[in-house]
Design a protein around this ligand. Structure first.
Ligand code: SIN
Length: 191
């Protein structure tokens, strides 16, 4: 599958048929909110875990030197916590462009803090996309992140901002915090 998913995403759901659209964000969509929204709420989706396994050719790296950004991997029994946004369907024109590097929109059940569950959407970069990098040790991921930058800035800024945002939401993400710790241990975060 091509890593540019704009055209594919436009055919995946008929967004005009939704009365209310909720988008679940688990990576940069938590802390880099460059789109209008009607409401936002801390929430979770069951059966998924964050991993720095997706390549970024367009934001935190380049085609020659892709950065590493998060995607979700299926994980039975796990819960991924993040931030959901209620948006209008036209906002997806911007979001599909922003998330075009391998991410497809999937329908998912989002659980809110009061226990209510609503159907929503989430962008996931699955392992069959051309920009997928896959697993590596957390040390290797930290070193990779240190060496990359792209049009949206330093790759390490993406990691450090995500870790700060997760901590402020009181989300304990062992993988993200291990990559952050490896980066900090190398003394690389301030260079
Ligand atoms: C997300 O944040 O929900 C998708 C991945 C990203 O843009 O970092």
């Amino acid at each position: 599958m091509s890593h540019n998913t704009i055209a594919i995403n436009q055919t995946r759901q008929d967004l005009t048929s939704y009365d209310e659209i909720w988008l679940f964000g688990y990576g940069s969509l938590i802390h880099k909110v460059d789109f209008p929204y009607i409401a936002k709420a801390f929430s979770s989706i069951a059966g998924w875990e964050r991993r720095f396994w997706q390549g970024s050719h367009d934001h935190r790296g380049t085609p020659k030197s892709p950065g590493r950004v998060v995607t979700l991997i299926p994980s039975e029994g796990s819960t991924c916590f993040g931030m959901s946004y209620q948006v209008t369907h036209d906002v997806f024109e911007h979001l599909d462009h922003r998330e075009k590097n391998g991410y497809l929109r999937f329908e998912v059940n989002i659980e809110f803090e009061d226990g209510e569950v609503k159907a929503g959407l989430v962008y996931i970069a699955a392992e069959d996309n051309a920009a997928y990098l896959g697993p590596a040790s957390e040390q290797a991921i930290a070193e990779h992140i240190h060496n990359c930058r792209g049009p949206s800035g330093e790759n390490k800024e993406y990691l450090l901002d995500l870790a700060v945002a997760l901590r402020s939401l009181e989300v304990d993400d062992l993988h993200v915090f291990a990559v952050e710790a490896a980066l900090k241990e190398m003394g690389l975060q301030n260079e």
